[in-house]
Design a protein around this ligand. Sequence first.
Ligand code: NI
Length: 222
Amino acid sequence: MLDGEQVLIEKEDVGIYRDKKLIAITFDDGPHAVNTPELLDFLAQAQVKATFFVLGSRLEYYPDIAKRIVAEGHQIGSHTYNHKWLTRLSAEELIFELYETNRLIYSITNVRINALRPPYGDYNDDVIALSHMPIVNWSIDPEDWKYKDADRIFHAVVEDVRDGDIILLHDMYETSVEAAKMIIHHLKEEGYTFVTVDTLIRARQGETAAGEVYKHIGNLSS
Ligand code: NI
């Protein structure tokens, strides 16, 4: 691609998802040098699209992984620069946390992102007003960072899951990547289709909205 050329992500035609059970699987805190590529290999083989909320501070070290996330059709979003509690920052710090990561993602991938996952799910009116992006939290959290046990993470997710859920995992941990493989395999057999957060929102609500906070996106017709 040419330097400075903006990549226009081809929006999936969401019509094909009508009447389907949809799930968005999301990965925070990466990229990780080993586990993220391992996960990407699996997702490619499984033909599953996921969403990666990356940290600006780590992007500096792993720009090629960010490029690969985009090239393989996944959604990339911001998890801020330094992973701070956004509601505890000065306006100046908040602006840095938000804008520096967006700038970095754009400079590396040429993608203008359209999703923020605030660290700890922590946000307030200032975060909403300054981010100019949809805020994407989650509806299923197996606390994979705490348990580091693939079986336990797998069961915590699949026993609670329902249509329209957004699953939170972290591609920093080998056990989480292992759990993600089990979750994807199982839920595909249960008839779920995995989509990016952007596709999930558009399939269910027509379009994404800056300042909106998303956690679970059920089917309007159900
Ligand atoms: Ni995080």
